[in-house]
Design a protein around this ligand. Sequence first.
Ligand code: FAD
Ligand code: NAI
Length: 475
Amino acid sequence: MSEEGQADVLVLGGGPGGYTAAFRAADLGLSVTLVERYERLGGVCLNVGCIPSKALLHAAKVMTDAEDASAMGIAFGAPEVDLDALRGATAKVVTTLTGGLDGLAKRRKVRVVRGTGTFTSPNALRVEGPDGEEETVAFAHAIIAAGSQAARIPGLPDDPRVMDSTGALALDEVPGRLLVIGGGIIGLEMATVYDALGSRVTVVEMLDRLIPGCDPDLVAPLQKRIGRRYEAIHLGVRVSGVEAADDGLRVAFEGDDAPEAVTVDRILVAVGRRANGGAIGADAAGVEVDDRGVIAVDAQMRTNVAHIHAIGDIVGDPMLAHKASHQGVVAAEAIAGLPAAFDARAIPSVAYTDPEIAWAGLTETAAEADGTPYEVAVFPWAASGRALATHRAEGRTKLLVEPGSRRILGAGIVGVNAGELIAEAVHAIEMGADAEDLGRTIHPHPTLSETLMFSAEAAEGTITDLYLGKRSRRD
Ligand code: FAD
Ligand code: NAI
């Protein structure tokens, strides 16, 4: 065992990457010190990201489902929202999870040190605690898991009404008019929440499409639904200036289709995230960081310094919690001498909007950009009994298949619960399944999961739930 102040493995950052790496390393018999600047473990994801956003999105879904129930002849009154209670319920979810992490760390004898860590050499990290106390932790190996922070737009006023995602999740109030800058995942998830709570939402996105990394046919049903609900969605437009006034924030726009200036009560800036590599003293450890704050790593998550690994948001896109935790396991196992490598064929992405959008593996956008040959098969949810029964038949499920081998290369789903459904496709891609494997797997009826089976049958030309002409009759 190492002495106190010295660790086999030092983990910097207690988010999903860091705590997973720390716990796995401890389970493999290594002494571990985990350094986290904030009181609570869990990082962005548990404290100000995935979890509180999903708690609020659940509340939003309850409200909009109640509205939509009028299509079945069921009418509810307008919801009365007690914001303090909603904030409290969300906070309870967060503290349950983060408290659980403290317990898991304790049981594994992971030493958690609270404070901001800065490397002072390739084998030492100085930690400055909340009350100014200092400690130096010597280590044999390190795993950098210091995450990312919200990117900013220069020139916006320093005004509490201009929020980042953390401010939006704090839910200080429900603004009458909310402008969301950035039509990516954070912007659209938080727009979903505030729209349900009653804000009039405007989204401004500088590119010509929402969620630019995602295939447009998957975004279309979401865009149609929010196009009806929101005040406006401006594509190919940027904010050219914001002026803070007592009665609101006056916003001017630029771009070919730029609208007239508007006044809003709050602005959410959701224009991406920036890796934290610039603020950890990486130089002193000899670890290279690029000008975006990103640290390059190999398949064992090793940086250019062989005994220092890096994982999660700090190693760049995609900045997702499940990628961070998976990489945490790889780094811990590699340090323990196990034959681990990050070689995932697919990392799923999910926008927890309404409807949800999920995709994994090859997308049509990427295939077209780099000339990868593929065949595509689509199953429209308008032919799904379950989707029709729930009055949400706007979804679609598609598979991208490799011509010849028939291997599943990618999948995309838009519709209610797409985020849950995509896991089956990820598994199929990882296992090297072909379309027939998926098409001949018996799925429970009536479920939305059948749409994956049906899209595989459509790929193989064996589908009976659609009529595709000659292709339906292939042997
Ligand atoms: P982080 O979670 O950022 O953790 C890094 C930790 O390191 C932090 O706790 C930080 O305090 C600490 N730290 C940094 N520097 C130091 C230092 N010098 N000393 C000590 N400690 C330090 N991802 C999903 O997969 N699904 C989602 O639904 C999802 N929703 C999101 C919603 C929002 C609003 C946001 C902002 C993000 C969301 N994400 C989601 C992204 C997800 O939160 C991140 O990908 C994930 O948290 C990255 O994990 P990480 O461990 O790499 O870093
Ligand atoms: P993002 O990169 O997904 O989207 C940002 C959007 O803002 C882009 O479409 C971009 O074109 C646009 N943009 C950039 N500058 C702009 C400007 N000046 N004016 C108008 N538009 C501008 O980033 P986002 O939404 O902030 O999320 C950051 C990351 O957090 C995501 O990429 C993802 O990794 C993670 N995340 C994941 C979630 C999930 O898995 N469900 C939920 C939320 C965040």
